[in-house]
Design a protein around this ligand. Structure first.
Ligand code: FAD
Ligand code: DLZ
Ligand code: SF4
Length: 514
């Protein structure tokens, strides 16, 4: 039986579900670079290059494995420029096929478009589940059923038991599920106190990548961000090297400095592997096992290893579950009624706020900022300033090389903006400039002062923070996790409170001036 398999740009695993049980001799693989995918979000130029180059390398590996691969490039004049129309064209031109099989896509949008093609009768399409996740969509639905609240911590414990990662029988290694209390070191203010950060592991582009870089320059000249130098891995083999480099050089300090932020360096002790996990070049369980092995070998401490494993086994799987549980509709949530447009500095980095400028700088340069920059700087600012969740989500979906809606959307509307009203998080991650000052060295060189709330040089985060709490008191005031902070607000001198409100109103009236 001849099978046509469409392999998407984030399905670059040789063991992909739709290729299983089908000998290469009976299988034609279709891969297509299309404008619809290149244009549905304002993608970073490096993200376009990453996807196209990784797709081309993967096509080569599939051919080496014996598959017939029909590969359509972005600039092919016959390209109809959408996944559905390229699937239909391949079905007509290279058939006959008895079946067309697809591994379920990561995004609801793509699934809906291909379902519409199936329902039109043009292509006999069959879906198979994507088994590259440790919890299937059904597993998550079973776990979620009947629960009043969906909280990552409880999901994570089940995943630890299921995978037996860091377990001693029924108990977690070290007697605790979570070592976050040890993972909150800020970036030392004095240079002499700072740890040495290993340089990130870079890959020199080969001829295929160079051709793709030229293609992106020619075909997508207005793409956001800086394309060159390009040093990301585009093959599974090189992605494995990036992972191995992280495990030996960065993992030991990953925990301690996980939340720290440093001027000039967004990479710090993070792993920089989300992009590879999300397109199929790395396997999540293998990444967790590699970290666990480092702990057992005595080369990385438990707080670092548990923290790293929790991000992948816990957060990554949990947000995917949340996405499919609440889609469609989760992309339209707006529980706090936020509707301001995105200030231009999200794109340009042109702001006097050092923390935001730094986060946007690395975002523009590399399509990367680490989690706390995404959550507590650009995300926190968007939350406090009441920026439209949909505008903010569009930005995050475009600008990061690892951004795919199934992981981006819950992190943005659920974690950063509380726009889902608490379906993902138990409270908003709102913070004043004090938090950013504690965790970073940003404030020392900033035009604003983190210690002040009032006056032209006062950190904008401060007045916006109190104003946010006041504005949303009716919705958030009863949240037990915010009890202390609402008590402090209640005790604030009425004159100071009115002045803070006035300062916030003035800031909100002209965000672009910050
Ligand atoms: P590390 O800090 O080294 O963490 C290790 C791995 O854990 C990551 O590679 C990632 O796979 C996983 N991980 C960590 N935190 C999360 C999380 N909250 N959700 C899911 N997986 C997690 N991650 C994406 O992969 N794509 C996105 O589009 C994305 N958008 C985000 C938007 C916002 C507003 C926030 C707050 C977070 C977002 N994240 C996203 C999660 C996280 O910030 C990135 O996974 C991480 O910064 C990627 O860098 P890293 O590989 O160095 O991660
Ligand atoms: C992100 C992306 C881009 C930029 N381009 C393509 C493409 O041309 N062809 C393709 O098959 N996939 C691409 N992708 C990845 C898809 O957007 C991704 O598969 C869907 O969003 C489903 O997760
Ligand atoms: Fe950011 Fe405020 Fe610190 Fe400036 S003072 S870096 S705006 S937190």
């Amino acid at each position: 039986m001849r099978r046509l398999v469409l392999v998407l740009g984030d399905q670059l695993s040789l063991s992909l579900a739709s290729l299983k049980d089908c000998p290469p001799s009976a299988c034609t693989v279709l891969m297509a670079e299309v404008r619809e995918e290149a244009g549905y979000a304002p993608h970073h130029a490096k993200k376009l290059a990453l996807i196209f180059s990784a797709m081309r390398h993967h096509a080569g590996e599939l051919r080496d494995a014996g598959y017939a691969v029909r590969y359509v490039t972005l600039d092919d004049p016959a390209n109809r420029q959408s996944l559905a129309s390229e699937l239909e064209r391949a079905f007509e031109e290279t058939g006959p096929f008895e079946e067309v099989v697809l591994t379920r896509p990561g995004e609801w949008r793509v699934q809906a478009a291909l379902d519409a093609l199936r329902e039109s009768g043009a292509v006999p399409l069959t879906w198979v589940e994507d088994d590259r996740f440790l919890a299937s969509r059904d597993d998550f639905a079973r776990w979620a059923k009947g629960r009043k609240q969906l909280r990552m911590e409880y999901f994570y414990r089940e995943m630890r038991r299921k995978t037996e990662l860091l377990m001693e029988g029924d108990a977690p290694v070290g007697g605790q599920w979570n070592f976050d209390a040890d993972n909150r070191q800020g970036w030392p203010k004095k240079p002499a106190d700072r740890p040495v950060v290993p340089a990130p592991y870079g890959i020199t582009p080969d001829a295929t990548t160079e051709a793709v870089l030229a293609l992106v320059e020619a075909q997508c000249p207005d793409a956001f961000g800086v394309l060159r130098p390009f040093a990301y891995a585009v093959t599974a083999e090189d992605a494995e090297r990036v992972l191995a480099h992280f495990i030996t050089t960065r993992l030991p300090q990953f925990g301690a400095y996980q939340d720290a932020m440093a001027t000039g360096d967004s990479w710090l002790f993070h792993s920089h592997i989300a992009l590879y996990l999300n397109i199929g070049l790395l396997d999540p369980l293998a990444c967790c096992r590699a970290a666990e092995a480092a702990y057992h070998a005595g080369s990385a401490p438990l707080n670092a290893v548990e923290g790293f494993i929790r991000q992948i086994l816990g957060w990554r799987e949990f947000v995917r579950g949340i996405y499919w549980h609440f889609m469609p509709g989760y992309d339209q949530v707006n529980a706090l009624g936020a509707n301001r447009p995105l200030p231009a500095f999200y794109w340009t980095g042109n702001t006097q706020m050092t923390c935001v400028r730094e986060a946007v700088r690395s975002t523009r340069e590399d399509g990367y900022a680490h989690h706390i920059q995404r959550l507590m700087v650009t995300g926190n600012f968007a939350l406090l300033a009441g920026l439209s969740p949909q505008a903010v989500a569009d930005w995050y979906l475009g600008v990061y090389v690892d951004a795919f809606e199934w992981v981006e959307l819950p992190n943005v509307v659920g974690m950063a903006l509380f726009a889902d009203g608490g379906q993902l998080a138990s409270k908003p991650y709102a913070a004043s400039g004090k938090y950013i000052d504690r965790m970073s060295d940003y404030c020392k060189g900033c035009a604003y002062s983190p210690k002040d709330t009032l006056g032209p040089k006062a950190c904008p985060f401060n007045a916006l923070y109190w104003d946010f709490l006041e504005r949303h008191e009716a919705t958030l005031g009863g949240n037990p996790r915010l009890g202390m902070i609402y008590k402090t607000l209640g005790r604030m001198d009425p004159e100071k409170r009115a002045a803070t409100r006035a300062r916030a109103t003035a800031l909100l009236a002209d965000l672009d001036a910050l």
